[in-house]
Design a protein around this ligand. Sequence first.
Ligand code: ADP
Ligand code: MG
Ligand code: ZN
Length: 542
Amino acid sequence: MYSALRQYFGYTSFRPLQEEIIRDVLEKKDVFVLMPTGGGKSMCYQLPALLFDGVTIVVSPLISLMKDQVDGLEANGIAAACMNSAQSAREIRDVKTAFLENRLKILYIAPERLMTPGTFSFLKKGKISLFAIDEAHCISEWGHDFRPEYRKLKLLRNPKTGFPHIPIIALTATATERVREDIVSQLNLNIDPEKGPYVASFNRKNLYYEVRPKKDTFSEITDYLRRHRGEAGIIYCQSRNSVEALAKKLNLAGFRALPYHAGLSDADRARNQDMFIKDDVDIIVATIAFGMGIDKSNVRFVIHYDLPRNLESYYQETGRGGRDGSPCECILFFSRGDRFKIEYFISQKTNEKEKDISLVQLRQMVAYCEGNKCRRQTLMEYFGEVLLEPCGNCDNCLTPKGTFDGTEATKKLITCIQELNQRFGTNYVIDILTGSKNKKIRQNRHEKLKSHGIGREFTKEQWRSLASEMINTGLLNVSGAKYPILKLNAMSRKILAGTERVELVCPEGFVPEAEEHSIPSSIAAGIKGKKADDLCYPVEGS
Ligand code: ADP
Ligand code: MG
Ligand code: ZN
């Protein structure tokens, strides 16, 4: 193992987990690898491929990356080839011959090619030692990059038509529990139950995380770029149009920036990407089309101009920064307007299940942005990893926001939700608290409620940020994907009972006073008659 590592790759030691993984692969076990971008996943199948007698088939989603990988391997003296729709009939024929004559060590195949009729029976004529499924999260609808043709990979394990006895190594940088389970079950992986999957830490300590309000964003960005001249960075936008517009504005403002999105010609995209990788241009403004598998080590900032759709994508995109281990700043511009825009897009989807998944994911993304906890702890928690201490390298750790005793405010909100029989969403509840008499409230005769108007010390906007914090910290629950309804949970009950003190972050524009606002005793009396248990819902996921 070590001599192959030195001879073919020029490295003297393994990265964390690589050695254990490679040993298992060499013992012909199924292996599942979760490692962050840049962790060194390719080595986990490339090195075993060299030591096996037969050929290792690598399934990889991107044709453009295949070519790079194969070129890289060939440069190291490794017999590699690929098969995809971009090749001529003649090229394919040559690759096929080399495969049948067992002259290859590694053969990259695009999933749609692998799944065309005849390919399985062709492959059976050769000698295959291992299947490597790279970017395996593409198999899962829960992932951020679902590809229908990946779904069919489960046929690899079909007892009659597939290759049930050939080991599989699946690799991904996606680490949510749900996606993991999906990959293992779809591919029917036989993983040692004692050991489970190999999970490398996803904590990238050199990445600094920050969320800024999306206000005067262009001048914020140019200020930033001015202070970071000569550094390489990526600016992500959600749409092709905003990529084009921002790139143009930046160039007019004196910054050299190139656009990258799926609407450009292949040649333009390849050229722009190449110029960025070779440091001929510092800034690339891109949609999510940019980045998968790109190995540029010195990216110093990753800016999100628009809200990403989920934490998964956000984490992957920021993961493209700081691959050399030096610091990289990841700054996200957040606005509620962006949230509504994405919600609107989601509402246009026709598949109900997909809609619900997307809405839940969006909510988690928003909770990250609005949260006041250490960003890294929130991110790691999402990926199922526990960080015991706040990281000290994110905006929330470095500049914590001021807090106040929010017990009364929380009680007011809970009281109101309860009075509304837990049947309304945040905006409606806030309208009641702030004493609005809009049409809907009058129709429902809710201006007569005891909690109507008890929360006038905060503006609607301030209540929204308080409510988000209460939800994000588990004081309240939300249920229903399409029309989120505020619900009480065990924590809410404790707070109403008066046994918990709640510390909340001061919403923008609010300066806490010394005196406390208390709930009028008439309201407190009104809710006494109900049994707290009737009003409570279990905490989600507990
Ligand atoms: P991933 O697929 O996990 O994102 P890659 O396989 O592309 O990561 O590897 C990222 C970088 O790490 C590559 O430049 C690779 O050459 C390098 N690398 C992999 N293994 C080692 C090792 N044992 N020692 C040093 N560098 C390594
Ligand atoms: Mg990779
Ligand atoms: Zn932190």
